[in-house]
Design a protein around this ligand. Structure first.
Ligand code: URA
Length: 294
């Protein structure tokens, strides 16, 4: 029957998804409500515009129109035109977060020494270099990613591969340099095949991240992607439910946005990320830098 998903088709789709996962591609969801919202609300200025020379006009990509299937009834929605923000659960109770502020006189150097040549979780088996973090220990802005990839594992520095180059462009478009901010990850060793870090790896490694944040005590933390957001906010909610909203993390303002690797696969989402970064810039009193090459 047309439109029915057969067992054969299901198998084919599962096989294709497994194949993409093996390649490290893990974002498959589409949030249709957000797409509808985004249709109504075009970004003030796209990240592409901010990162390209002014004379190269950015073309908003046009999506192909999907024809309505005959015989389908139009559903009249009674939902409000703008979704209200989804409140996050109340601040977490006592946990490993509270262990983080018990270390009096902690420093980044001491945290790095405590991490040592870590073998606390299985990720050490495949890593070449621990990627601790990079940037200013006095940064007002900290970016938190997921975990090192191949380039980071080789160089020992966070966000130096393709996604890292895009992050650097985003930082520069915000009127900053990389050395003005601090960049780190939830896990400090590269997960094999760039897979998502597993729960035990996150819980073993994240106390070091929490100590880093405690020492730096930035005004703003930007979580790049779901793993960072879920770790710091201790939520299982999808990132699209709270992306772009100001939240609190132990006195710092926290905002989650899409991971640059996601933007490499979905350039249409750059506008949303740029809007998020504009909110960060407003809090930090930054002016957008124009004319940065993409
Ligand atoms: N992706 C991350 O999450 N972190 C890096 O350091 C590089 C890519």
């Amino acid at each position: 029957m047309p439109g029915q998903i057969t067992e054969n088709l299901k198998k084919k789709v599962a096989g294709r998804l497994a194949f993409y996962e093996d390649l490290g591609i893990r974002f498959f969801y589409r949030d249709r409500r957000r797409e509808a919202l985004f249709e109504q609300e075009k970004p003030v200025e796209s990240l592409d515009n901010a990162m390209r020379p002014a004379e190269i006009a950015y073309q908003e990509p046009t999506l192909p129109k999907i024809p309505r299937r005959p015989g389908l009834q139009k559903v009249v929605s009674t939902a409000p035109s703008k979704m209200p923000p989804v409140p996050l659960p109340a601040a977490p109770g006592p946990s490993l977060f509270d262990a983080a502020d018990k270390i009096v006189g902690d420093t980044l150097l001491r945290i790095r020494e405590d991490l040592g040549e870590c073998t606390r979780c299985k990720l050490y088996k495949h890593r070449h270099t621990i990627v601790f973090g990079d940037g200013s220990p006095k940064a007002e802005l900290v970016f938190v990613g997921e975990g090192p990839g191949a380039d980071e594992d080789a160089q020992g520095l966070p966000f130096v591969g393709r996604a890292g180059k895009l992050l650097t462009q985003m930082i520069e478009a915000m009127g900053l340099e990389r050395q003005d901010v601090y960049i780190c990850n939830v896990v400090k060793c590269r997960p094999p095949e760039n897979r998502t870090p597993e729960d035990d790896e996150v819980s073993t490694c994240s106390p070091f991240l929490l100590r880093q944040l405690e020492v730096i005590s930035p005004k703003v933390i930007v979580c790049l992607g779901a793993v960072a957001a879920k770790t710091l906010l201790r939520t299982n909610r999808g990132i699209s439910q709270f992306r772009g909203q100001w939240l609190d993390y132990r006195g710092s303002k926290l905002m989650a946005t899409y991971h640059p690797a996601y933007l490499l696969r979905n350039p249409n989402a750059k506008g949303e990320v740029w809007k998020d970064l504009q909110k960060v810039m407003a809090v930090l009193g930054l002016q957008a830098r124009k004319g940065k090459p993409a």
